[in-house]
Design a protein around this ligand. Structure first.
Ligand SMILES: [Zn+2]
Length: 227
């Protein structure tokens, strides 16, 4: 189905011209039946089409998590990943996933060796790129104005810090308490849970906590680019 084009301002690059609806967070993370009424923002064609591969990668990484809750949402993610890996054109993707997968020792919480399990080395820069974009998109949706281009949206992935260094940092703990306690809250089924809060006297600086599929979390900030 061709996308409906209008004239507007792209939330991501700020250019005015033909725009279409871009889903935030990416549509591919939501089961089909829950896709009605998802949040969308205006995006130009250049931005919109540049997201596709990163979105798919994001979904694949999420679907490989062993701690996903067992429900129809996670079943959907897994089935979509299976499908996309079977496609003929996914040859490059299969190859890079194979190269990034290694067998790692698996231990129980009590430290008992449980054998080896495949583990995926994640290209965190790609995951961060998508997370940054999710914050910029959600900013415009939740606060009703686009984040000016002189501001950047940046995400810190909480669960890639395996030693817990980010999440345990007192500043981060303080931020999270504030955001969750006093921020705007938006929930979309069990797929998206987001808190957002404007900070200080700056009209566009904000803090975020985003949770996807109950297991993948990142905190985010919007700040003037040169601050
Ligand atoms: Zn754009």
């Amino acid at each position: 189905m061709p996308r409906r084009q209008r004239t507007g301002e792209c939330v991501y690059c700020g250019r005015t011209g033909p725009v279409t609806a871009d889903h935030v967070p990416p549509k591919c993370l939501f089961p089909r039946e829950s896709r009605l009424n998802l949040m969308t923002v205006d995006a130009c064609n250049t931005c919109n089409s540049s997201f596709k591969q990163d979105d798919e990668y994001f979904r694949i990484v999420l679907s490989f998590r062993s701690d996903l809750p067992q429900n129809e949402n996670s079943e959907f993610l897994k089935s979509q990943t299976k499908r996309s890996l079977k496609k003929v054109e996914a040859k490059g993707l299969r190859k890079s996933l194979r190269a990034a997968t290694s067998l790692r020792p698996l231990h129980s919480e009590g430290g008992i060796y449980l054998g080896h399990a495949p583990s995926l080395k994640i290209q965190s820069s790609r995951i961060i790129r998508t997370s940054d974009r999710i914050i910029r998109g959600l900013y415009s949706k939740l606060f009703g104005v686009s984040l000016p281009q002189i501001y950047e949206a940046s995400a810190v992935l909480l669960d890639l810090q395996r030693d817990g260094s980010a999440i345990n940092h007192p500043d981060v703990q303080e931020s999270l308490k504030l955001v969750v306690g006093t921020g705007v809250h938006k929930k979309y089924g069990d797929v998206l849970d987001v808190y957002a809060l404007h900070v200080e006297d700056d009209p566009f600086s904000s803090m975020w906590l985003v949770r996807l599929h109950e297991v993948f979390s990142f905190i985010g900030y919007t700040n003037p680019r040169d601050a």
